[in-house]
Design a protein around this ligand. Sequence first.
Ligand SMILES: Nc1ncnc2c1ncn2[C@@H]1O[C@H](COP(=O)(O)OP(=O)(O)O)[C@@H](O)[C@H]1O
Ligand SMILES: [Mg+2]
Length: 409
Amino acid sequence: MNKIDVVKQMAESNPENGSAWYLLGLEYAQIGQNNEALQAFTQALRFCDHALQQQIIVELGKLAASNTSPSHPQLVQHEAFEQTSVTVQEVELDIPQQVETQEDSSTFQVISGGQAGKRGREKERVTFEDVGGLHEVKNAIHMKIIKPFVSPELFELFKKKVGGGILLYGPPGCGKTFIAKATAGECRARFIPIHISDILDPYIGGSEQNLREIFSSARANNPSVLFLDEMDALGYNRSRASSNSMRTVVDTLLTEIEGIETSTEKMLIIGATNMPWDVDPAFKRPGRFDKMIFVSPPDEEARKTIFQIKLTERPVVDIDYDWLAKETDLYSGADIENVVETATEMVITEIMKTGVERPIQMNDLKQAIASTNPSTIEWLRTVKNYVKYANQGGMYNDVESFLSRYKRI
Ligand SMILES: Nc1ncnc2c1ncn2[C@@H]1O[C@H](COP(=O)(O)OP(=O)(O)O)[C@@H](O)[C@H]1O
Ligand SMILES: [Mg+2]
């Protein structure tokens, strides 16, 4: 069976697996079967999260561009052309008109598409600038993975070993997926998000095969950042009952991770979990996910930045960002986004009722905050026990020092 067939089977046997459809799309696009690629991407769009959606939109943009490029090596028939371009427009491309360049020609990537500046477009490439706070996380990611990625010579000179990945952990909604995507943006690499639970296959050998396919796809589409979410879903801590079959899946993933030659393959790996205590210890050894990074709830300064980021480009008046930050202790980035969305919704509803337009005001945001609660507390209470009773090797020291600031948890 060739690779496309395997990925296809993976997608068809689990049709709600957006990542699989996405990978299938990438495979088709690579061999110039644009129509099939389009269908796969369209299917992926139905079952994807926001991060994957952005990736799919980029790929659709490339498809549209390649369809109109006379130099494309594999021209498809005229009929297919038309059909493709119509459907691509139907899915509303939100792609900024930008050509990205960088010094290193081996990672040169051109992202272009759509019709320029027709309306306000969502910025497609997320970078560290879009992530509020998390300075230590950004620094760690810089040192551990971006630097070796963009200046391998330096590491070669000092014989510093490159490789392995980082494992992000923390309460939900605090930006693990977001910062992984931003890392790809910083390196101008392709972001390939994979949910571990999507690739687990009840048939013997199926999960291993899925994993190998994903890695080989990521290799073929480099430079890439492979983001493995829900690392806790894999491994013996969670699934002692079926630990034997899980073992080979874990081993396959370990082999793949250890096999990555970061410098030559231009492929980075970032894992994430909300439940680090359930992650198989084998992943935490050197050469694997040897750095665990705590992605904490944003501090006051970070919350202020996140409010600014989320409210920019919306009509607002007289916003006291310091007040908002002060009143949202332990709110996650996603909680803040929710506050902004709730306030916006309230204003829109009012405008529809009264017919009188007005911008978002402090009062709307205050009401939205009053109607919501921070979602991170439950996670912090759970982790507290692990810090107390299972902090081997100081694994949770960062969490411990975070918690020491909150007596109420
Ligand atoms: N530090 C942050 N800065 C800006 N936005 C954030 C931040 N943290 C979370 N968000 C917002 O919340 C959303 C959910 O975050 P996400 O990365 O999916 O959380 P996690 O993966 O940790 O569960 C993001 O898409 C982003 O819009
Ligand atoms: Mg996430």
